[in-house]
Design a protein around this ligand. Structure first.
Ligand code: HEC
Length: 122
């Protein structure tokens, strides 16, 4: 088998700046995308959920709030449980399964869990 290392090193020696030019923007682009995704979850929450859950409260059944401790008590402090309830609804809460995509529901649930960590104080 031929040894390609010298060739590889020669190319990297010449073109490392080109390689860097591709790699460095990734450090900017990916965190930005992550932020955009978080903001989308928040926006979707404002549009679909805040009618009943503004500020992490619950105007229909006040004791079923979205505060950290309440979610814990009700076993709702994980993505699966939250996604399930958004898709299927429960009692006074409508089902969003037909209205939102799976991805949107994931984004809302991710935002909700994060926001409940500091009880929607941000
Ligand atoms: C029409 C009012 C209404 C809307 C809109 C609504 N919910 Fe609810 N939500 C409720 C009610 C009522 C409950 C309590 C259900 C029960 O357990 O009996 C609840 C409970 C919850 C719970 C569980 C809370 C707990 O402590 O057990 C989560 C999580 C939740 N909603 C998330 C959402 C999300 C996310 C959206 C938007 C996609 C949403 N809700 C939209 C009325 C609503």
């Amino acid at each position: 088998m031929e040894n390609y290392w010298p060739l590889f090193i020669e190319i990297m020696d010449k073109y490392w700046s080109v390689a860097l030019a591709f790699i460095l923007p990734c450090f900017v682009v990916f965190p930005t995308l992550a932020t955009v995704r978080d903001q989308r979850g928040e926006t979707l929450f404002q549009l679909n959920c805040s009618v009943c859950h503004a500020g992490g409260n619950n105007i229909i059944i006040p004791e079923k709030s979205l505060k950290k401790e309440t979610l814990e008590e009700n076993g709702m402090n994980n993505l699966n449980a939250i996604v399930y309830q958004i898709v299927n609804g429960k009692n006074g809460m409508p089902a969003f399964g037909g209205r939102l995509t799976e991805k949107e529901i994931q984004e809302i649930a991710t935002y909700l869990l994060e926001a409940s960590e500091n009880n929607f104080q941000d």
